[in-house]
Ligand binder design. Structure first.
Ligand code: DLL
Length: 432
């Protein structure tokens, strides 16, 4: 089968990739200037013309785009191709009132699926595999992206979409799925359901491709153990196509960014200054191959670190760490920065699963942090007369991690609602 997704570029020299990026960036800036008056105006405000951008070294001169720009220009203001050339939209759920609509030409869809094919291949996928895609289909990018990637790899693709756990498990067993694609929280729920129904011996999964939300290393180990698989991270956002912007390889130490399609930068989220390699900061992407919705210097709000250390898989593409949180998801409680991922790491380390809820409130002008933690059936049966002790131990571990007091309440198994897509774990009542 022909491989469309140019695997040779994944291992190309830095010089080759940089030359490609230089050429594509110059072309892309011209394309945007000519076709997106909204961004052209932003460039003009900085006194820039396309001639000022001759290579990646000039990238820092360009203005940023943020979610606010997407909202201002909604729905068509950042479109760079006539509607007759566009064949699809995808969108975010908009639950926080920040709906994003992204547009695709057929070429954009092809390249996006290539990126997802790379992710599946890196997870060991081949045309011998049965790939069960339980990300949501429809407007969410997870289902369509991984579905297309799975086709390109030649896997037998099960377009399950999210939810209907009974049916997921039936297909998983009957069709002997080998690769599972879904959010990590749904993977944990499927693992729990497999365990409860005694199906562990009947499943043949070997790999999982999990992303779309933050998940800790502890959660990875937990899912890997329960399902007997290797779990790979995958990253992306609607604004840059969807999943497949970056993907993990067998080394599992961060995600390779598809640098032939995206230029990544790390900036200081407060000042916008570009930070040197290895610094922790906000990830910014420039799409250099997209036709319909080519965002230049888009601020993701995801906080991470980039590294070019040699990878044992042979890929030379830069690696991003797992996002350590979002600059806009970060909770500031009593003046202290709290990332939900820190809380999750503590819970899993103490033998709980990632079924929890974080509730922040302000009472008498003082912030309160409550963590509702669901017990596993095992620690629930052991808990008789020990609940207070278990809660105290979690309070101490959270204090050590966060530096502030969090009130902990343990609740019975299955009392916190499960999510079939992205989990909703934070309730910040201060904003209501
Ligand atoms: O979540 C795209 C996607 C689908 C990625 C399937 C991976 C798998 P959005 O709904 O636009 O797109 O949400 C994008 O989700 O800015 C991150 O904050 C978060 N996110 C995505 N992947 C990861 C990941 C899809 N692997 C936002 N780890 C991003 C942590 C992630 N956070």
């Amino acid at each position: 089968m022909e491989r469309y997704y140019q695997p040779e570029l994944e291992c190309a020299s830095r010089e080759t990739i940089l030359a490609l990026q230089n050429e594509r960036l110059v072309k892309q800036v011209r394309h945007v200037w000519d076709n997106v008056p909204y961004y052209r105006k932003k460039m003009e405000e900085k006194g820039l013309t396309p001639d000022d951008i001759q290579s990646v070294a000039d990238l820092h001169k360009l203005p940023f785009l943020s979610k606010d720009d997407l909202r201002d220009a909604y729905p068509y203001g950042l479109l760079a191709k006539p509607l007759k050339d566009c064949v699809r939209i995808q969108s975010t759920s908009g639950t926080t009132g920040k709906r994003v609509v992204a547009f695709y030409t057929q070429h954009d869809i092809d390249l996006w699926e290539d990126c997802c094919a790379r992710a599946i291949t890196a997870a060991g996928g081949t045309d011998e595999d049965v790939c069960q895609v339980c990300y949501g289909y429809g407007l969410f990018t997870g289902g369509p992206g991984l579905n297309g990637g799975s086709h390109k790899v030649g896997c037998l693709t099960l377009p399950m979409s999210s939810g209907n756990t009974d049916r997921q498990l039936q297909f998983m067993v009957d069709l002997q799925s080998t690769i599972l694609c879904c959010t990590p929280s749904y993977a944990a729920y499927l693992a729990e359901s497999i365990h409860e129904r005694g199906l562990r011996d009947q499943i043949k999964l070997k790999a999982g491709i999990f992303g779309a939300e933050a998940w800790s290393e502890e959660m990875r180990r937990d899912i890997e153990k329960q399902l007997g698989i290797k779990a790979f991270d995958i990253y992306g956002l609607t604004e840059t196509s969807g999943p497949g912007v970056a993907f993990e390889c067998s080394e599992q130490t961060g995600m390779h960014i598809n640098e032939d399609h995206f230029i990544a930068e790390i900036i200081d989220p407060n000042t916008g200054e570009v930070l040197p390699e290895g610094s922790k900061g906000e990830l910014v992407f420039t799409s250099i191959t997209k036709e319909a919705f080519p965002l230049l210097r888009y601020r993701t709000r995801d906080i991470c670190v980039l590294t070019r250390e040699k990878c044992s898989c042979g890929r030379t593409l830069v690696k991003m760490s797992k996002p350590m949180g979002r600059s806009d998801d970060m909770l500031i409680v009593k003046g202290v920065n709290v990332f939900p991922s820190q809380i999750e790491a503590v819970l899993i380390e103490q033998g709980y699963q990632a079924n929890y809820q974080i509730i922040v409130d302000r009472i008498n002008n003082s912030d309160t942090l409550d963590v509702l933690v669901e017990m596993t059936p095992e620690n629930f049966s052991d808990s008789l007369g020990k609940i207070t002790e278990m809660e105290k131990s979690l309070v101490a571990a959270l204090k050590a991690m966060l530096g502030i007091y969090a009130r902990v309440k343990l609740v019975a198994p299955k009392t916190i609602a499960r999510s079939e897509g992205k989990a909703v774990r934070i309730i910040d009542k201060r904003k209501i």
